[in-house]
Design a binder for this molecule. Structure first.
Ligand SMILES: [Mn+2]
Length: 333
């Protein structure tokens, strides 16, 4: 349920309304906008009589919210959420570029990539340390050492760092990581999402390969229900019948989610494309669709990359792409 307040509501009346709702075990989320203040009510609102609240002098309107996601709902929070990641901001009209290798391999590799992507305008370094692989026999990542090397690259460049967490037991190792990524395969690992909701670090939630928008937003809701509202959504493609790409990049997700949620939305074209030449072809379409940022795989030596070399951009190609995307974003306004 949402309660839209009249402009400049009497503070004493507002406090007493909130206190009354909280007595009934309703969680009240206040969102102060430029024109209106909105109270988003979460809990068993079936017992609340909307007419009773509508009759109050400070209330303009009361609406029931049909969607099962509340905290993530645009109706609860009409203004776009901006998530701060180190010095970088995601959401609210800027185009944020995040880049880095599929997996951290060595200090020389990650530091060189960090320097190159920073020079190209990227503001967040991404790199895998714990890799969720389809086969248990495949390389699983450097683990703790990979996190330590990401921190070295951050110290060298000042770029905040992002890495995927695959198990809540790894959380202590992420204490000094700026952005935690939840991979597509873990999008509905509700126990993991619950743990990430009870800590404060921003979380980037990849869309599950078979997830609907509503399922994806319900996963965001799991994190937000725990108190962590620093959630970023990332579209990386869904399973389709077409074998030319690994996943079909669903760009309609961007404008549709924009209406459904206030959370920032990124697109990862590398994950979907699985071929590097295709990345610069589809990334501008994501910018045109209104995305808040692009997350791309970049490697200083793609031919010898341990993982995902064929879909990784070399730093020069990323540099040209970054310029193109920034120019397009500026043009579209
Ligand atoms: Mn990868």
């Amino acid at each position: 349920m949402i309660v839209v307040l009249k402009q400049n509501p009497n503070p004493a009346q507002l406090d007493s309304l909130i206190a009354w709702l909280e007595e009934k075990h309703i969680e009240v989320n206040k969102s102060v906008g430029t024109t209106h203040t909105i109270l988003g009510l979460v809990g068993d609102t079936a017992a609340i009589d909307p007419d009773l609240i509508s009759a109050l002098g400070i209330v303009e309107d009361v609406k029931r919210v049909q969607e099962p996601y509340k905290h993530a709902n645009r109706k609860f929070h009409p203004e776009a959420t901006v998530v701060q990641v180190g010095d970088a901001k995601i959401g609210g009209g800027t185009l944020t570029l995040m880049a880095g290798p599929c997996t951290v391999e060595s200090e020389a590799q990650i530091v060189e990539i960090a320097k190159r992507i920073k020079a190209s305008g990227a503001s967040i370094l991404r790199g895998g340390a714990f890799k969720p692989r389809t086969s248990p026999y495949s390389y699983q990542g450097m683990g703790e050492e990979g996190i330590a090397l990401l921190k070295t690259a951050r110290a060298e460049t000042g770029l905040p760092i992002a890495a995927e967490l695959t198990d809540s037991a790894q959380l202590p190792l992420f204490a000094d990581v700026d952005l935690i990524q939840v991979g597509a395969r873990n999008m509905q690992n509700f126990a993991l999402l619950g743990v990430l909701g009870r800590q404060e670090k921003p979380v980037m939630l990849m869309r599950g390969h078979c997830a609907t928008y509503e399922e994806w937003l319900m996963s965001a809701e799991y994190i937000m229900a725990g108190g962590n509202h620093n959630v970023i959504l990332c579209e990386g493609g869904i399973r389709s019948l077409e074998p030319s790409t690994r996943y079909a990049l669903d760009l309609a997700a961007v404008p549709i989610l924009r209406r459904l949620t206030h959370l920032p939305i990124l697109v990862d074209p590398s994950h979907a494309a699985s071929r590097s030449w295709l990345v610069p072809e589809i990334a501008p379409a994501a910018v045109a669709a209104g995305v808040d940022g692009i997350s791309a795989e970049v490697h200083n030596d793609p031919e010898h990359a341990v993982m995902d070399g064929p879909q990784s951009l070399d730093p020069d190609t990323f540099d040209a792409l970054a310029k193109k995307l920034t120019a397009l974003h500026d043009y579209l306004g």
